[in-house]
Design a protein around this ligand. Structure first.
Ligand code: FA5
Ligand code: MG
Length: 456
């Protein structure tokens, strides 16, 4: 019966992505054909696509020749580029097969644009760069997460050997003063660095880290100010009343990345909650040292282009970006060449949702400690990203979200049980209950067959 349910392609010997061929390793390969098919889409380069329009608006805030743009870097990278070069420890959960799409043990679909930092810092063609690219992650299913999305990475360095008097602090301050001002109120209660939570690097002086951090934050604030300016204009054009606009709220929160310190994330208020739009920080000096530019010091950021595009066009659900429906794409036509045409997205009527629950026991001996979003785990253990992947393979984009409702440990046997709610809703049409039932039955069959769970 497994074969009957299986939507999984036969394990290929090799895969070809963007006309390059890679050998597949049975132990590591976990890229479904759904995902492989998306590697050619490159929404950030598709004319008049909201992701491409967003990219161009942000590029205008980081102009050449200070910032050079790289928009065609290959999505297939090595584990060294994606993880080791950035200082990810060997046991970092991001490396697990449950989180990352592998082709073989040393080759993967990049999980972030930071995979290209070492290469571009080494190339040293300009004081700054921008990279826009498709990135891949096995992740949860909801309105702001998708397994393929687009990031823009930015970086800026200053070189002790070339700034006047070797004075980095003065040079950064001069560049900061040359940046435009903005009038947004930004919530930023954070100190420039913090000995435990957000430490200064040993090779940086407090003044250097503070100056670089200020230049970084101002640059990114100017980026969101530009986005909000475009939102305001588009609202005026579409006749949206001021009282119907969402309050404009932006905040900085402390964060952690293996490749920056101190680090922060920017969050923006959107549809009644805080939406994380980017991560950033002062680049770890070892990356610049390893890239052969130990005299440089600088910052880097990585933002989610879809998340910014959601703010810019008021797009409510990340699945829409993949729509080929003219009712979606038609709304952006002509905007790339003329931002004066930018208008808020008008949603198509919302089709009804259909919830279905699935409850199951984990295979005996599986603790499922990581199931509820917890990170650390061993290979072979239960992880909810595996469930998400099955749901995506079986249902494609007709699932809006998958939410853990309940978990339970049997007092005698110690076995773990979970109940998840799958919300079926198409963006494009009304699903019949029979259709949703059929999908749900297939999801159940697949999780039994692939994950070894027992339906309750
Ligand atoms: C990173 O990927 C870091 N490389 C960012 C960075 C670069 C930090 C340089 C410091 C220096 P993170 O995993 O938080 O960080 O992702 C960055 C952004 O990508 C998030 O803020 C969010 O906007 C977006 N993002 C993350 N996961 C998804 C997803 N599944 N779907 C859509 N957007 C996502
Ligand atoms: Mg993050």
């Amino acid at each position: 019966w497994r074969a009957q349910y299986s939507t999984r392609p036969e394990l290929p010997k090799e895969v070809t992505i963007n006309s390059k061929t890679y050998p597949v390793d049975a132990e590591w390969f976990n890229v479904s054909s759904t995902i492989l098919n998306l590697t050619s889409r490159k929404l950030h380069l598709q004319k008049d696509h909201p992701v491409s329009i967003t990219r161009q608006i942000i590029e205008s805030v980081f102009p050449s020749p200070t910032y050079l743009s790289y928009n065609n870097l290959d999505p297939v990278v090595t584990t060294h580029e994606n993880f080791d070069s950035l200082g990810f420890p060997p046991n970092h959960p991001g490396r697990a097969k449950t989180d990352t799409y592998y082709i073989n043990s040393t080759t993967l679909l990049r999980t972030h644009t930071s995979a290209h930092e070492a290469e571009l810092f080494a190339a040293s063609k300009s004081p700054g760069y921008l990279i826009s690219a498709d990135v891949y992650r096995r992740d949860e299913i909801d309105k702001s997460h998708y397994p393929v999305f687009h990031q823009m990475e930015g970086a800026r360095v200053w070189d002790r050997n070339t700034v006047p008097n070797g004075d980095i602090v003065a040079a950064v301050h001069r560049d900061l003063d040359a940046l435009p001002k903005h009038e947004m109120i930004i919530e930023d209660p954070n100190p420039p660095f913090h000995p435990e939570r957000n430490p200064l690097q040993p090779s940086h002086t407090p003044e250097e880290a503070e100056a670089v951090g200020k230049h970084l934050k101002r640059s990114l604030e100017l980026m969101v100010a530009e986005i909000f300016k475009r939102v305001k204009e588009s609202h005026a054009r579409a006749g949206v009343k001021e009282q119907d606009e969402e309050p404009l709220k932006v905040r900085w929160v402390e964060a952690y990345f293996p490749f920056t310190s101190p680090s922060w994330e920017m969050e923006v208020w959107y549809q009644g909650g805080w939406l994380e739009v980017l991560g950033c920080g002062v680049s770890q000096q070892h990356i610049l040292n390893d890239a052969g530019v130990p005299n440089q010091i600088g910052w880097a950021f990585g933002l989610g282009l879809e998340r910014i595009a959601m703010l810019l066009f008021q797009i409510p659900d990340i699945r829409l970006f993949w729509s080929q429906d003219e009712r979606f794409l038609g709304q952006f036509r002509g905007v790339e060449g003329n931002l004066g045409k930018l208008r808020p997205f008008v949603g198509f009527s919302r089709h009804p949702a259909c919830y279905k629950d699935v409850s199951f026991w984990l295979p005996a001996g599986s603790t499922g400690a990581a199931a509820a979003g917890g990170k650390g785990r061993e290979g072979g253990e239960w992880h909810e990203n595996d469930l998400m992947e099955v749901v995506r393979d079986v249902c494609g984009d007709v699932v809006e979200d998958v939410v853990l409702m309940d978990s339970f440990t049997h007092p005698k046997t110690g076995r773990r049980s979970f109940c998840y709610r799958v919300n079926y809703r198409s963006l494009e049409r009304t699903l019949t209950n029979e259709e949703a039932n059929g999908l749900h039955e297939r999801v159940k069959g697949e999780i039994v067959g692939r994950l070894g769970v027992e339906i309750r």
